[in-house]
Design a protein around this ligand. Structure first.
Ligand code: ADP
Ligand code: MG
Ligand code: MG
Length: 914
């Protein structure tokens, strides 16, 4: 969306006001234009929900505003006047009227919700005359002045910029309120206790504050107020908070925000009114229950601001049964219509319910899973939608440990709060973000404990195992972050007294200092003293340990259902990177259908093997080398046999020796002397060999197939170990399908030389053992030349596996181990949007993959294609691999479910796009 295009005459003469109410111009699909809030307000009107009338100024105007030195399209004012007239006609009130004044809210709303990032102004249209009119009309002067006080405060803050200075601890308006309360009541009373006289005094003092700080008079004309507020909402698109948020969530600046102007409804007229936030189901654990909170006699802002502690929505059933029944009806309607869990805002004015916002609710992985399976059962969604509803990058949360049931039974809960983020977390407590981060960097497990959290605490929240707050409910910052980041979280545990000064936490008479251990159960909302032992998640227990009780849990069953759907949807299969039988077994339990990468060198490090390996490297003749290799052979054979058995017939890709040899040698003088004694070689000889093997760029040095070409006897030993193991396991009646993989090939000839060695070993073993072996030989594609000459290489290779770690390093000319010094800045400057070692650089390195796929298939149409780099477990990369048409991805065992889900989603999505 080039901004220059917005300056064209058609944009200047376009439609800039979209009505909603009795007549509605927009609908729910128009989020790019109307923003999420505006589009869904329109959609709610269309399905007959009670929404106060209003209009939306589209994001186009925001784009125009920034492209034209912060001015509006000329026809905007006229269209807004028509919009206001339409609201007046529907409400019977008039903007600026001295009998029955219309007040409006002016609200921001971008395409994706950016909670708390931009600004909203309520009760706009009040001045010294209209406030009296409102008081007279409603017979409720307290209410009228409460509105006015709120309006001056919000407008002063948002539009006129009267905000906390760096040297101030509190918002200046709040300071004025506190001072007045103390002057008149000598203590902190609740806002609802303030009288008309108090509120009048506050308005006067607020205006004085505005005059002092902003240097201008508070505007009295409703139209001046309205235009100022619209400008402020557009302006807030570029405030620091919004910019930081957009960066974090990859929201393009070009999107812009829409502005919603809407008739006010009043939750602050008295005890038969109120405001609240609710979810159609529980977004923390997924339970199908009405979930939310409200405040009596309050406007919407109060609920999130934490000035008073809200009550759970269930309480409303007692206090306002009619309104509750209406909300219950709305809850059903919303789900039936949007077919997803909704997070909505409502206000009750004198017993009548109004809807102010709805959007798809953010949810934890546990809730997402339960929502998707339940909604499928309720026939709200089909199974493919259910698969798409589970965010792949969150799925790992479900595998995180929970508290051990027997340990929990023994432990005594010292406090309870809202279970806002499921899971178990034990940690040493810290009361501020900075110290939490520092402790985590030292390797401590950290529990962040705060009265409540705010965006400044984000770094600490990320570093912590879990978050515990003393105040705040469903819509508090901590709960929000827990849902979004999948943090273990208990919030609003009122019994927890936090003393920031003393850096202590008191609960039930017990005092905890910073560094002391506490534990929280974010599934049950319980807080424990000390460290409570954790147990594997029900899913891990059920799949890996075969625990029967775990298999009976709903979580386990839902997970299995999801995985079954994934199998039905997927085109690519998932293999695992495993070096031991146990890892292979676990991966198979998670649904892997083979090994995509076994790194044989890991087998050389264990126990005595390293000595034989070192002997081999130090050998001066081929004879001596072969003798050392002969010692290694039985170890390798045993390892391979174990892996083959664990795989129960699934294929295993085995990569031959890859790292540079110096990695196996001792580097300190003491270690070298010790080794010298052990294997009877002079220490000087070892030192000499180490310096001989020293390389300036080991990553690009004597490694990969270059080793096997230099010392064919190494490859011969490895091949023999593979085939002897295969013969052994095959004889035991288990199918074995080894896939021998030669690393770092850039030239066909390299591969040919190694293939010859492998085939020779296979023929020998077949003859010796009297068996027929079923194996393949292929290569990794991990240097650009290999990718570019893949057609030649495929003449010899029966399969390719993309080693995307090395392919990224060599493709970008960027060493992964050294990238730490510049990559963060690259990301900040948006030279790269994501870390290319975590998510494949699709436009650059991805081309190499794409070329190799096409060229490989051109000479060997049925060539098997996979990927075994770190990227094999990354959902965004998996989407790319689906597009280029690989046969499988391979990732670490515990990542297998994530990869299965991502592969299924990629397949479903690709089908939609076709
Ligand atoms: P945010 O995006 O931060 O939630 P909103 O625009 O939704 O900001 O508004 C902030 C608060 O003001 C919400 O609680 C909302 O319900 C309330 N609000 C907005 N418009 C109105 C209105 N017309 N009448 C009453 N309350 C409103
Ligand atoms: Mg809102
Ligand atoms: Mg490699």
């Amino acid at each position: 969306m080039p901004s220059a295009g917005r300056r064209t005459p058609s944009a200047a003469q376009g439609k800039f006001v979209y009505l909603f109410g009795r007549k509605t111009d927009g609908n729910g699909t128009m989020k790019p234009l109307l923003g999420g809030k505006g589009a869904n307000l329109a959609e709610m009107c269309r399905i007959g929900l009670p929404v106060p009338p209003g209009f939306t100024i589209p994001t186009e105007v925001c784009t125009y505003y920034y492209a034209n030195k912060r001015t509006y399209p000329p026809s905007l004012r006229g269209q807004m006047e028509a919009g206001v007239a339409s609201i007046e006609a529907q409400t019977g009130k008039k903007f600026g009227d001295l009998k029955n004044p219309l007040l409006v809210s002016v609200r921001s709303g971008a395409r994706d919700s950016m909670p708390g990032m931009m600004d909203t102004i309520l009760n706009l249209g009040l001045n010294n005359q209209t406030v009296e009119a409102l008081a007279a009309k409603t017979g409720n002067p307290r209410f009228a002045w409460d509105c006015y006080r709120r309006f001056v405060q919000m407008y002063g803050d948002v539009v006129l910029g009267v905000q906390k200075r760096p040297d101030e601890d509190h918002e200046p308006f709040e300071t004025v309120i506190e001072r007045l309360k103390h002057e008149r009541y000598h203590q902190a009373v609740e806002d609802t206790k303030l009288t008309v006289a108090d509120l009048k005094e506050l308005v006067a003092r607020f205006k004085k504050l505005v005059k002092e700080r902003a240097g201008k008079q508070f505007p009295d004309s409703p139209w001046d107020q309205l235009l100022g507020a619209v400008g402020a909402v557009f302006g807030s698109w570029m405030n620091d908070r919004a910019i930081v948020y957009r960066r974090k969530y990859n929201i393009p600046t070009e999107w812009g925000t829409a502005v919603n102007v809407q008739a006010m409804v009043y939750g602050n007229t008295g005890d038969n009114s109120g405001s609240g936030v609710a979810f159609t189901r529980n977004p923390a654990n997924g339970t199908k229950e009405f979930y939310g909170e409200f405040l009596i006699n309050a406007q919407g802002e109060d609920v999130v601001a934490g000035v008073r502690t809200p009550e759970p929505v269930a309480e409303l059933k007692k206090q306002m049964p009619k309104a509750y029944a209406e909300l219950e009806r709305i809850r059903q309607t919303l789900e039936k219509h949007f077919k997803d869990v909704q997070d909505f805002e409502f206000t009750i004015e004198d017993g009548v319910v109004y809807m102010l916002q709805t959007r798809n609710g953010k949810r934890t992985a546990m809730a997402a899973l339960k929502f998707s399976v339940d909604m499928y059962k309720e026939k709200l969604i089909d199974w493919k939608t259910a698969v798409m509803r589970n965010p792949a990058d969150q799925l790992e949360q479900l595998l995180a440990p929970v508290f051990d049931a027997t340990e929990v039974a023994k432990a005594k809960a010292i406090a309870t709060g809202l279970p806002a983020g499921p899971g178990a977390a034990s940690g040493q407590i810290y009361l501020n973000a900075e110290r939490a981060v520092a402790a985590a960097e030292k390797g401590e497990k950290v529990l962040l404990v705060r009265v409540e959290t705010s965006p400044e605490d984000l770094r600490g929240m990320i570093a912590a195992e879990g978050i515990l707050t003393a105040r705040g409910g469903v819509s508090s910052h901590a709960a929000l972050v827990a849902r979004q980041m999948g943090k273990v979280c208990v919030c609003g545990a009122a019994a927890v007294e936090v003393d920031y000064q003393a850096r202590t936490v008191r609960v039930e008479g017990k005092t905890f200092k910073e560094g002391d251990w506490m534990s929280i159960d974010g599934t049950a909302g319980k807080v424990y003293a000390g460290q409570v032992k954790t147990a594997p998640s029900e899913i891990v227990a059920g799949l890996i340990d075969g625990n029967k009780a775990a298999q009976q849990t709903e979580k386990f069953k839902n997970f299995q259902q999801l995985m079954k759907w994934c199998s039905d949807a997927t085109r690519m299969v998932v293999r695992t990177n495993a070096d031991t039988p146990e890892q292979a077994e676990n991966a198979v339990a998670f649904g892997a259908v083979g090994i995509g990468l076994t790194r044989t060198e890991h087998m050389f490090f264990e126990g005595d093997r390293i000595d034989a390996m070192r002997e081999m490297i130090l050998a001066e003749t081929e004879e001596a080398r072969k003798a050392a290799l002969a010692k290694l052979l039985p170890y390798q054979r045993e390892d391979f046999a174990g892996i083959f058995r664990a795989l129960k017939g699934y294929p295993a890709t085995i990569r031959f020796l890859d790292p540079p040899l110096h990695e196996f040698l001792p580097h300190t003088k003491e270690q070298q002397e010790e080794l010298a004694k052990k294997i009877g070689v002079p220490a000087g000889r070892i030192q000499q060999r180490v310096s001989q093997l020293h390389e300036f760029n080991p990553m690009l040095g004597f490694r990969g197939c270059r080793l096997g070409i230099g010392y064919p006897e190494i490859s011969a030993m490895q091949a023999r170990a593979v085939f002897e193991a295969a013969a052994e396991v095959q004889k035991a009646g288990i199918k074995v399908r080894p896939e021998v993989m030669i690393p770092l090939v850039g030239f066909k000839k390299e591969l040919d030389l190694q293939i010859e060695v492998v085939h020779r070993a296979a023929r020998e073993v077949e003859k010796e053992q009297g068996v027929k072996l079923n194996y393949m030989v292929g290569t990794m594609i991990e240097v650009p030349r290999g990718a570019l000459t893949a057609d030649e290489i495929a003449l010899s290779a029966e399969f390719f596996s993309f080693g995307t770690n090395d392919l990224t390093q060599t493709g970008l000319g960027m060493s992964r181990d050294d990238s730490g010094s510049f990559l963060p800045q690259y990301q900040e400057l948006e030279i790269v949007t994501k870390n290319p070692f975590a998510t494949i650089d699709a436009t650059g390195v991805g081309q190499l993959v794409d070329i190799a796929v096409k060229k490989g298939r051109s000479t060997r149409p049925n060539i098997k294609l996979g990927i075994c780099g770190e990227h094999g477990g990354d959902p965004a990369s998996i989407q790319f691999f689906e597009k280029v048409g690989l046969d499988y991805v391979s990732c670490s065992p515990y990542r297998v479910p994530v990869a299965r889900l991502a592969a299924a989603q990629a397949a479903l999505q690709t089908r939609v796009e076709d």
